[in-house]
Design a protein around this ligand. Structure first.
Ligand code: NDP
Length: 448
């Protein structure tokens, strides 16, 4: 069987064994179909059973999360943790609390995480988890009770050498605090390295909050530099207005660019004078309000509940909200308006059809597993600090982050050049570079 036919057969089997998990199919298709040149050079990874092992999580946990709301009503959510691959280290990947969460979404995120974590060059395996719990509109007490119930089930599967969750959509410092408290209470251990994304005052790392957004901008900066360009004076749109988006905005401004639009799940905002970061943080991080509150407070800013921010002319687009939010028609509109580079701060925000449009138009495209790897890389730095009972300064940590992002960028380009004679093919470069690192470790560790 040819390598192409083998990959197609593995993909068909993934679809058959995981029915209805559209996002997982999409992520698996993207990785598997870019591996042909790697398998041609390394036929040992095309042996029967190898790719099949890679596509099957080592462990999948689904559990009931009952909790009591402020009115005394019992609520029941579903919790997930997919421990996908531990060839390179303990499972590592965030927890997402959002009503859309299901097993297929957690599997897609866990699968992506394997290659992303490998790309960082740090010793971390791939995993992901979450719940269909919606923290929006819930009181702090309700969020605490939910987190305590969630951890009461999950704690037995975690450990600083076993599985180390972090935040993701809907899970920030508040949730990490409640989860950590319950873990400590149940296990009677102050195991700081069991969760990352902790506040700096008690085991968190400086620059972890900023890391994913900053890292995505560093990655985009490196991409632009390959064409002798920079952020200076550039118009930028950033989708989302959560953790990743806010710090992407901050770093773009620091590099001389101007973010003119951002969004949330209620709509998008255009502020041609450049997003006022203090106001954005106040609205989204302090008040946890809708973006329309920003427009009400800022003359000249316009909020729209309909339409898309990808129609706003820009030089660089940084999708930082959620999966499949940037579709073919959005990509066409961005290209028409002259976009130069797109770097994914979120996981898989661009549909395959959108990526195709960017590729055909020669737009630089940085896939999430490379461009947003700064978050998990800094989580691994947090684990290092916890293990050494040490605290690094902000500058020290940010400088490690910047170096890691530069290295990831270079590795994507050199791998793409070596395997496809096209250094601009960051998708192939990221997938193959991550895959080779994981595949070597899996082979050395035997059939497990
Ligand atoms: P947050 O919960 O902090 O923010 C998510 C943002 O996206 C919010 O502004 C939210 O709007 C918006 N959003 C969510 N769903 C939709 C939707 N369907 N349509 C439009 N907007 C939406 O999450 P993060 O910033 O942490 O995560 C964003 C993305 O980055 C995710 O894909 C995540 O997996 C990825 N990522 C995050 C990392 C991290 O370190 N946090 C690391 C690597 C990747 P609203 O405010 O209305 O809810």
């Amino acid at each position: 069987m040819s390598i192409r036919a083998h990959i197609d057969a593995v993909y068909d089997e993934v679809r058959r064994r995981n029915p209805g998990e559209a996002e997982f199919h999409q992520a698996a298709a993207e990785v598997l179909h870019s591996l042909t040149p790697a398998l041609e050079r390394h036929p040992e990874y095309a042996e029967p059973g190898f790719l099949e092992r890679l596509c099957e999580p080592e462990r999948q946990l689904i559990f009931r999360v009952p909790w009591v709301d402020d009115q005394g009503v019992v609520r029941v959510n579903r919790g997930f943790r997919v421990e996908f691959n531990s060839a390179l280290g303990p499972y590592k990947g965030g927890l997402r609390f959002h009503p859309s969460v299901n097993l297929g979404i957690v599997k897609f995120l866990g699968f992506e995480q394997i290659f992303k974590n490998a790309l960082t060059g740090l010793g971390i395996g791939g995993g992901k988890g979450g719940s269909d719990f919606d923290p929006k509109g819930r009181s702090d007490a309700e969020v605490m009770r939910f987190c305590q119930s969630f951890m009461t089930e999950l704690y037995r599967h975690l450990g600083e050498h076993t599985d180390v969750p972090a935040g993701d959509i809907g899970v920030g410092a508040r949730e990490i605090g409640y989860l950590f408290g319950q873990y400590k209470r149940i296990t009677n251990r102050y195991e700081a390295g069991v969760l990352t994304g902790k506040p700096v005052g008690w085991g968190g790392s400086h620059a972890r909050t900023e890391a994913t957004g900053y890292g995505a901008v560093y990655f985009a900066q490196e991409m632009l530099a390959t064409r002798g360009e920079s952020f200076d004076g550039r118009r930028v749109v950033v989708s989302g207005s959560g953790n990743v988006a806010v710090y992407a905005v901050e770093k773009v401004h620091a590099l001389g660019g101007r973010v003119v639009a951002c969004s949330d799940s209620s709509g998008y905002l255009v502020d041609d004078n450049g997003i006022d970061l203090d106001l954005l943080k106040d609205v989204k991080e302090v008040r946890r309000a809708r973006l329309s509150a920003y427009a009400e407070a800022r003359p000249g800013a316009v909020f729209s509940a309909r339409g898309t921010l990808y129609d706003v002319p820009c030089d660089v687009a940084l999708p930082c909200a959620t999966q499949n939010e940037l579709r073919r028609e959005d990509a066409v509109s961005l290209v028409k308006n002259g976009v130069r580079a797109v770097a994914e701060g979120a996981n898989m925000p661009c549909t395959p059809e959108a990526v195709e449009v960017f590729r055909d138009a020669g737009v630089l495209f940085g896939p999430g597993k490379a461009a947003n790897a700064g978050g998990v890389a800094t989580s691994a730095l947090e684990m290092q600090q916890n293990a050494a009972r040490d605290t690094w300064t902000f500058d020290q940590t940010e400088s490690r982050l910047a170096t890691i992002m530069r290295t990831v960028h270079t590795e994507c380009r050199t791998t793409a050049d070596t395997y496809a004679a096209d250094p601009d093919d960051y998708v192939l470069g990221a997938n193959v570079a991550g895959f080779l690192r994981v595949a070597e470790a899996m082979t050395a560790q035997g059939v497990i």
